[in-house]
Design a protein around this ligand. Structure first.
Ligand code: THU
Length: 136
């Protein structure tokens, strides 16, 4: 199983691939499966601004497309003193597949904060609320 440091290092490495010419804010994310696999993602901005995709969503969408469905931990790295938490949209997408996963926020040099997703998204909308109204 990867250590927290290994997960954070993977997020630091992929951060360098970020396409962030508009904000200059490079973010890397690395998500871990129960089997110890690490899938990474960086933020990908767009000239329309609004079509920007965050690093966390890139990582989880890549992982889903590779057949992964469960996650235990995600590391998020930015070059800031303050921790970089996932945005609201990313929290919702992470909840869909990750549930109450562990979130590690780190800078280029150290871990800044650790939370569970339920702390950041205390009243999530999810499939349980759809009741029988879902096509499985
Ligand atoms: N961003 C992420 O990729 N993840 C976060 O957790 C926060 C924000 C990106 C989106 C945009 O490209 C840039 O950072 C500035 O908001």
């Amino acid at each position: 199983m990867p250590s927290i440091d290994q997960l954070v290092d993977a997020a630091r490495a992929v951060r360098l691939n970020a396409h962030a010419p508009y904000s200059g804010f490079l973010v890397g994310a690395a998500i871990e499966t129960p089997g110890g696999r690490i899938i990474t993602g960086c933020n990908v901005e767009n000239a329309t601004y609004g079509l920007t995709v965050c690093a966390e969503r890139v990582a989880i969408v890549k992982a889903i497309s590779e057949g992964e469905r469960e996650f235990v931990r995600i590391a998020i790295v930015a070059d800031t003193d303050a921790p970089t938490p996932p945005c609201g949209a990313c929290r919702q997408i992470l909840w869909e597949f990750g549930g109450d996963l562990e979130i590690v926020m780190a800078s280029l040099v150290e871990v800044k904060a650790m939370y569970r997703l339920a702390q950041l998204l205390p009243m999530p909308f999810d499939r349980r609320l759809l009741g029988s109204k879902q096509f499985v």
